[in-house]
Design a protein around this ligand. Sequence first.
Ligand SMILES: *Cc1c(COP(=O)(O)O)cnc(C)c1O
Length: 367
Amino acid sequence: MIKFLDLQKINAHYVNELKEASNRVIESGWYLMGKELASFENNYAAFCNVKYALGVANGLDALRLIFKAYIEMGVMQKNDEVIVPANTYIASVLAITDNELIPVFVEPNGRSYNLDSSKIEASITKKTKAILTVHLYGQNSIDRHMVDLCAKYDLKLVEDAAQSHGALWQGKITGAIGDAAGHSFYPGKNLGALGDAGAVTTNDESLAIAIKALRNYGSHKKYENVYQGSNSRLDEIQAAFLNVKLKYIHEDILGRRRVARYYLKHIENTLLTLPEVLHDDGHVWHLFVIRTENRDILQEYLHKHSVQTLIHYPIPPHKQEAYQQYNHLSFPITEHMHTDVLSLPISAFMTDIEVEKVVEVLNIYNG
Ligand SMILES: *Cc1c(COP(=O)(O)O)cnc(C)c1O
């Protein structure tokens, strides 16, 4: 079976360094908010080319704390609106609703899968305070029009960079383009910890100061609480693992691009629609997502031919039971997409033989 993602095989490449890192933390006797975190925050800020990178417990918290900080700073208030793509992973929407802000869903472009910036302006009202754009599947989602709208309507541009470590737009890295960004280091992400972890990046000093307190019980100074904060810290052991894996992220991106290029060049089956790449350096291929009319049949066919695939995602947020208040809304592009997308195996450690096999099997599929 060609696995969708073989984390054991991926982490085996770093096993000696990971063991050394965990030994270092165990023996240090210091497990939270120490040297490993400080070092990862420096390294990740340098990687993104931003002033501040702040480790938090996971990607959802990174996004949640950005909005919470804006509320504490008086930039936003309860019931303000945030534009978000309708076809995102539910975490983006939870970050908005957990703060009692209102998500305003906008349709994506059906080929790039990212927010269609030409559809944003019609959804802007007096209550709109931010755009939460998602670099879905690893491709930058920001364009000039989106940036201009933020300037015109005085909106914060918040990036969900959970899937896009290292993707660029006009020479800037995703996570350093907007006002603030949330990153995830969930094990399956391109930069994955061996457990949960996340980070906020920003150049905004006030925001960084607020988030530093919010992630640690709302406190800058022990036992003095300026906010009703939360416990959302990035463990030393995960920071130590991330310091190891960050060194190899560029290699990882090149490896993923090798697989993606092969797929794009050699998949020739007209029953399948391939993803659109806007700029080569704008995509880090967290997922390689194709579309096809009878998706479930294709998935079963691939499974029979020993190719494991996944669906990102089968149900859009506005159709989830958790969001019954939005179930009546209709987003036809998004809803259609969720019935016909399929994610092929991709990783830097897939062998050429595996990649060729996937293509071969796809090219003889006849529906
Ligand atoms: C993974 C992911 C998140 C959440 O990250 P966690 O670390 O799992 O909390 C948020 N947004 C998107 C688009 C994601 O893919």
